[in-house]
Design a binder for this molecule. Structure first.
Ligand code: MN
Length: 344
């Protein structure tokens, strides 16, 4: 079988490798589609501190179970499944506290162990979630980035009275937007520096005037102009630049909550006074904690629409071209899917 392997930083290849066999309690998945994530680009460029090379990357994917290990019901063979990349130990403090996504012994598929950019891969059977018959395979490939949005919105909570601001109309920001507007029905404004991304944001639930190009407009004034009196009550940083958190604590409304998803190693200069005088809460959010069933239900009910962010489908053997599109064409490309032949 063929797999996309990052051999070492900046060296990616499609390699022939032995087909993996499912261990006890595992399934083998014949991959159909896989989404390219910003974090895959980071792994390629050696900017992910957790990854060990060589690595088969890919943590957003869908495929059909084609073999099962000992102890797994053989009736699952043939099921279309989306695989949650979060594997946890179940024993540590975080796991016992219901926070398995920050397990002390966390193993992420496509980061710590081989992932979904492969014709076949193996995963714990309990990580493989059945996709309902009427949900398209392409949409099912990107349950994971919607689970990330489900996680951060669950962390912050969402009130009917919230007015939200999302920094960044990339895949994560747009998915948060879909969750806030499609599932919770609240008003959400979104920023970016690329107009095409903001056009996409309008299709993902932002009001026609609720998009802000921060290259042209300063944010506090832009919010005031749009009637956001007293600042957003709920803010998400889907960009991850340290200056954004600094601005977010300044503009947040009293009792505001801020969801933080970035992985920057640079410090943010946050005055304690801004936090204390408004009693703000910062919610860090990583990956997802058992959100796949919830997201699959949202997709099946039409509350969120993964297909709205999918802009490209590229054969996995042309993975280098696909990465070039992700990195080089932010105006045209949002979510790029790798297509595998495993449909039969
Ligand atoms: Mn991802």
């Amino acid at each position: 079988m063929l797999s996309v392997v990052v051999e070492q930083p900046n060296q990616m290849a499609v390699r022939e490798r032995p087909q993996p066999q499912p261990s006890a309690a595992e399934v083998r998945v014949r991959v159909r589609y896989a989404g390219i994530c910003g974090s895959d680009v980071h792994i390629l460029h050696g900017k992910n501190p957790f990854v060990v090379y060589p690595r088969v990357i890919g943590h957003e994917f869908v495929g059909r179970i084609d073999a099962v290990g000992e102890g797994v019901d053989r009736a699952r063979i043939g099921e279309l499944v989306a695989v949650d990349p979060v594997i946890s130990c179940g024993q540590c403090h975080a796991c016992l506290a219901g926070r398995r996504n920050v397990c002390r012994n966390l193993q992420v598929i496509g980061v710590h162990r081989d992932g979904g950019f492969s014709e076949y891969m193996t995963a714990p059977a309990s990580n493989a979630y059945t996709i309902p018959a009427d949900v398209p395979e392409t949409s099912s490939a990107i349950i994971e980035p919607f689970a990330v949005a489900a996680q951060v919105t669950t962390r912050t909570g969402v009130f009917d009275s919230d007015i939200a601001l999302i920094y960044g109309a990339g895949p994560v920001g747009l998915n948060i937007l879909q969750v806030l507007t499609g599932v919770h029905g609240i008003r959400a404004l979104i920023t970016d520096q690329i107009d095409e991304r903001l056009d996409l944001a309008r299709m993902c639930g932002a009001g026609a005037d609720d998009v802000i190009n921060t290259k042209r407009e300063a944010l506090p004034e832009a919010l005031a102009k749009r009637g956001v009196d007293g600042g957003p009550t709920l803010i998400y940083d889907a960009v991850g630049h340290p200056s954004i958190l600094e601005e977010a604590v300044r503009i947040a409304a009293p009792a505001g909550r801020i969801g933080v998803l970035g992985f920057s190693t640079h410090p943010s200069a946050i005055p304690q006074q801004e936090l204390t005088k408004k009693e703000l809460t910062l919610y860090a959010s990583r990956l997802n904690c058992s959100m796949f069933p919830r997201v699959i239900e949202w997709v099946a009910k039409g509350l969120v629409h993964p297909e709205r962010i999918i802009t490209h489908r590229i054969d996995f053997r042309d993975v280098s071209d696909a990465f070039a599109v992700v990195e080089g064409s932010p105006k045209d490309a949002c979510k790029v899917l790798l297509e595998f032949t495993g449909s039969a």
